[in-house]
Write a protein that binds this ligand. Structure first.
Ligand code: MN
Length: 195
């Protein structure tokens, strides 16, 4: 079964100026497309051909893992944004964030720190275990918390291709601006689906 790249639920200029149309064109239109195309060519005729993407990520390594994980991570990343929507979590997720990290503001600070201090390319995630406990982690390249039994519910991409066209080397500024386009309703629904 071939994976297809889902269409974004917003227009290419909808996240501007936080993420420009040019970045969406390159990042989603070219980088993410290439991960999915390569993934499809690697699984063709193999035991992975009919597996759900999450299973491929858990069971593969090397080149296939890199393509599968990058394909999955970018869908999590791009679909959590929206030109309008809830800009702060409420309910269960909000309560858990405050219980574990002190306040939403403290959480944001720790989350930005995870992205800012990662050396080189990679990701900063908020994940949940099966009991609903939250984890802020960072990982290099195509790393994915699915490998460690956690389910990512929210992510910031800190590969240079995510921000260089709009922010050049200013990764911290990019991270601090992303909060303005997060739709927490999407993140909440992922959390509610886990525990
Ligand atoms: Mn990326």
């Amino acid at each position: 079964m071939k994976f297809t790249q889902p269409r974004l639920p917003y227009s290419v200029d909808a996240l501007s100026p936080v993420i420009s149309p040019a970045t969406i064109d390159f990042h989603y239109g070219k980088h993410e497309k290439a991960y999915i195309d390569t993934l499809n060519s690697l699984i063709e005729g193999t035991e992975y051909e009919d597996m759900p993407l999450e299973e491929i990520i858990k069971k593969s390594d090397g080149k296939l893992f890199n393509q599968a994980s990058q394909a999955w991570n970018h869908i999590l990343y791009f679909f959590q944004f929206s030109p309008s929507g809830k800009r702060e979590p409420i309910g269960r997720l909000r309560d858990k964030i405050e219980e574990q990290f002190g306040s939403f503001e403290d959480f944001k600070k720790k989350f930005e720190e995870a992205g800012l201090t990662l050396f080189g390319s990679g990701w900063g995630w908020l994940s949940s275990d099966s009991d609903g406990k939250l984890f802020i982690t960072q990982g290099s390249n195509a790393d994915n918390p699915l490998k460690y039994g956690l389910t990512p519910i929210f992510v910031f991409d800190v590969w240079e291709h995510a921000y260089y066209l709009d922010y050049q080397n200013r990764r911290g500024e990019y991270l601090s601006r992303l909060w303005d386009i997060v739709n927490w309703e999407t993140v909440e629904s992922k959390y509610d689906g886990i525990a």
